[in-house]
Design a protein around this ligand. Sequence first.
Ligand code: IPE
Ligand code: IPE
Ligand code: MG
Length: 272
Amino acid sequence: MQFVSSTKVAPDRTDVPRHVAIIMDGNGRWAKRQHLPRFAGHKKGVEAVRAAVQACVDRGIAYLTLFAFSSENWRRPAEEVALLMELFTGALTSEVSKLHKNGIRLRIVGDISRFDRRIQTLITDAESLTATNTRLTLSIAANYGGRWDILQAMSRMIASRPRDAAEAFSEQDLAPYLSMSYAPEPDLFIRTGGEQRVSNFLLWQLAYTELYFTDMLWPDFGPVALDEAIEWYRARERRFGRTSEQLQAERESDVVSEDRAASPFMQSGIDA
Ligand code: IPE
Ligand code: IPE
Ligand code: MG
C-alpha cells in the first residue's frame, strides 16, 4: 500500500496518532545522574523501549518508529559503539520471537551494510519472520540518517528511469524509494532528553509532523509520559496549510452529514 504525502492530501484527523516517531535521547545523562557508566543508561533504555512498544499496542497506535543509532553515532568512543552493537544484537536475538507472538512487524531502517554480517542476517531473519504481522509496525532506525535516506531514494529512483525520460521528478516518484515507504508519515514526533533538534532523523517524512520535546530522559519515559504527549498532540490544530476557518467549516459540514445519516427520515427513504 502506498501512502499519500501530507503535502498532497491532508490526512484525516485521528484521536490517537497513527504513527509516532521517537528520538530516544538522554541515556548517558540518566546514567551520570545515578553515578553509573553510560552503558547502564543504554541498558535501561532498552527496558524503556519494551514499555513503549507495549504502550503503543495498548493504545492502538499502528506505527512506532524509534531512533536507536544515527549515522553520526559512529563518532562516539569505540567502546560505546561496541556496547550499542552488543545491545542491538542481543535485542535482535532475544526479543524478536516475543514481538512475533504479539503480532508485531519489525522493520529496520538505515544503511545496514555498515553492520557486521551477523547483525545483517539477524535483521533479514527478523524482518521476514514478522513480515505479515499487522498489530503494530515497529521500525528501528539504525545507522539511519535523513540525508542518507533522501540520497539513497534519489539514486534508486534515477537508476530505475529510462535515460531519455524528460519530465521532472515529483514527490510521488520519489516516495516509493524512501526507506519508510511502507508507513504513513509520522503524526507525532517525540524527543526526550531536552534537546530541541532533529539530529538528522526523518527529514523528508517530518514535513507536517507535530513536534513534541520533553526534558524527561529516555530511561524514565513510560506510558504516562506517552499519554501526556498524545494529550498535547490532540490539542494541536493540524492545518496542513489551510486556515482555522476552513477547518471549522469542514467540521460543521461533517456534523450535518452525520445528523442526516442518523435521521429516521433518511432510513425510511423520505428526504428530511
Ligand atoms: C541516546 O542517548 C541513545 C543513543 C544515541 C544511542 P545518549 O547516549 O545520546 O544520551 P545523552 O544524550 O548522552 O544523555
Ligand atoms: C540522536 O541522539 C540519535 C539517537 C537517539 C539515536 P544524539 O544524542 O546522538 O543526538 P545529538 O548528537 O545530541 O544531536
Ligand atoms: Mg544524546
